[in-house]
Design a protein around this ligand. Sequence first.
Ligand code: ADP
Length: 245
Amino acid sequence: MALLEVKNLKKSFAKTEVLKGIDLKVNRGDVVSILGPSGSGKTTLLRCINFLEKPDGGKLSFDGEDYDLSGISKSDIAAIRKKTGFVFQGYNLFANKNVLENVTLGLTSARKIPKNEADEKALEVLKKVGMDGYTDYYPSQLSGGQQQRVAIARALATDPSIIYFDEPTSALDPQLTSEVLEVMRELADEGMTMIVVTHEMGFAKEVSSHVVFMADGNVVEEGSSADFFDNPKEVRTREFLRLTE
Ligand code: ADP
């Protein structure tokens, strides 16, 4: 059974239809890369399935429960969010909190987990991303790659069923990009379910199990990563792959 299935997701901003009826299915353990030209609706799709934008319509199944996206209740949104993690393009760490506090805050405040337990969990996930030696650093004292690794630790701390990544390396230079992609590759190897909006073709090809290619608010082509890269069917896909070579 799919962990997450989206059907006919629609979203407009004013009169512009940005998502024109998206279908997406993600099984447990899948790493799905969402590719496509700038402006095709990739970020909006991620933001809609995590309710950072309000979808206009569509259905969502998540972890065995069915929801109507246009009329979903606040309590259902909270229940889904409890099982999801989100890593943004900009790291979105709190500038006035140190690394440890950035990771524990979501545990102690939203989930009421005792501080000592939260600290223990934070150390465990910071270790996973290679940042356990930086607990008392502030974000401004870290490189972009280190900040993004802390953001990944923060997402991991709540033991999510799935993590959404929105262009996690687009603000980083190549060396810092590779340290973040390495952490994501390790998570994938451990079976973490992930949806990744990315321009990193190497990552999409080598790490993801599935690729979804979007253009103009539609899914143009999708398939296993091997099929997608070795045998693209649609003209638009071939053109896109040629341009990103
Ligand atoms: P991508 O992630 O593929 O680059 P986006 O989802 O960011 O695409 O954007 C898709 C389209 O939706 C773009 O034309 C963008 O300008 C528009 N858009 C995104 N967010 C908003 C918003 N909050 N208000 C108005 N238009 C938006």
